[in-house]
Ligand binder design. Structure first.
Ligand code: ATP
Ligand code: MG
Length: 347
């Protein structure tokens, strides 16, 4: 039987994103902890009904790489979704509190995400659409699972009316308006893996700041809110800038650039607006798994490069990536993952 809101007692806030807030809750009926996400849905009752109907697909999603689903319901202006509580939190939370994720563990994250993506696509024909560290969760049993995938087209539409789903993990073809494919998720995975291994968002590095290369990663880089999304008008503008390559990524007049920013970009004496960033993703070479102070194994560097092929036709599929030597030769076991996730919550 599906969980109802009356069964739940709020325990603590887990975080908030652009479209919702997540709380840790106690299920009085089942005597266990769960996570409840409330998504603001400003839509007519008929649309809400449709959303709740579409979310039922999650009932049939059962995989060790997908966060468990327990039910959904309308609650005032929100749609509530109850899911499995992941006690080590999201990967972005983990690296912000514990520093960069080791390359061995990063490889295990890659494998789990690929298996989750393949399950969603092969079994349900679902494309995730929002792979990023905050949607990859871990628990102290050593499991890594993905959440927040696009099951309900109606929900995607309703959220898009208030917050456009343009995020900085988007592939170049998506920024330019092409349809989502599973290859778009692969790009987002590549960006996320670099972020975990470096402990910072990869595009934060200003394109021409090589002189700062030997300062600490986090100090030298402009900080960029990777979770920022664009207002609709700004997204339209970004799409228009699509194929234009002028190298420095500054097409808009200075006052517009300042307005489009909306997030704090200070740091290292450089700034990059979200529009500049989207243009950069479209026009410049893809980022690489590289740090001046770390030696990453070549297999990991190659894997990330295969995720970040700018042309989706040459970008590898999840099946192909699972066969790569970095994943196949990984020596990280379930026990290592358990040890690692436990160490991140013990601090
Ligand atoms: P966005 O809204 O842009 O997708 P987000 O993923 O950070 O950003 P939410 O999905 O609302 O936003 O999640 C907020 C935070 O709640 C996450 O960053 C994560 O740390 C935490 N969280 C989400 N789901 C769970 C869960 N099932 N178990 C434990 N923590 C969770
Ligand atoms: Mg999320």
């Amino acid at each position: 039987e599906l969980v109802k809101n009356e069964d739940l007692e709020v325990l603590a806030d887990l975080g908030a994103g652009n479209g919702g807030t997540v709380t840790k809750v106690w299920n009085k009926k089942r005597n266990c902890i769960m996570a409840r996400k409330l998504i603001l849905v400003d839509a007519k009752p008929a649309i809400k009904k449709q959303i709740l109907r579409e979310l039922q697909i999650m009932n049939d999603c059962a995989s060790p790489y997908i966060v468990g689903y327990y039910g959904c319901f309308p609650i005032d202006v929100h749609v509530g979704i109850v899911m499995e509580y992941m006690d080590a939190g999201s990967l972005d939370y983990i690296y912000r509190h514990n520093g960069p994720v080791s390359i061995e563990i990063t490889g295990k994250v890659a494998e789990a995400v690929l298996r989750g993506l393949m399950y969603l696509y092969d079994v349900h024909r679902i494309i995730h659409r929002d792979i990023k560290p905050s949607n990859i969760l871990a628990n102290t049993a050593g499991e890594i699972k993905i959440c927040d995938f696009g099951v309900s087209g109606e929900l995607i539409n309703s959220i898009a009316n208030t917050f456009v789903g343009t995020s900085t993990y988007m592939s170049p073809e998506r920024i330019q308006g092409a349809a989502y494919t599973i290859k778009s998720d692969v790009w987002s995975l590549g960006i996320s893996l670099i972020e975990l291994a470096l402990g910072r968002f990869p595009f934060a590095e200003p394109p021409d700041s090589s002189s700062e290369a030997d300062a600490s990663d986090s100090e030298a880089q402009a900080t960029f809110d990777a979770n920022a999304t664009l207002p609709l008008a700004a997204q339209r503008a970004a799409l228009d800038l699509g194929g234009n390559s002028n190298g420095n990524g500054n097409n808009s007049p200075p006052h517009e650039r300042r307005r489009s920013r909306g997030v704090s970009l200070a740091g290292g004496g450089s700034t990059m607006s979200i529009l500049d960033l989207l243009q950069h993703i479209v026009n410049e070479p893809a980022p690489k798994l590289y740090s001046p102070r770390k030696d990453f194994p070549q297999e990991a560097v190659d894997f990330v490069e295969d995720c970040l092929s700018k042309d989706p036709a040459t970008r590898k599929s999840p099946q192909e990536l699972l066969k790569s030597s970095w994943i196949v030769d990984s020596k990280v076991t379930k026990a290592d993952l358990e040890k690692w996730t436990k160490s991140t919550v013990e601090e």
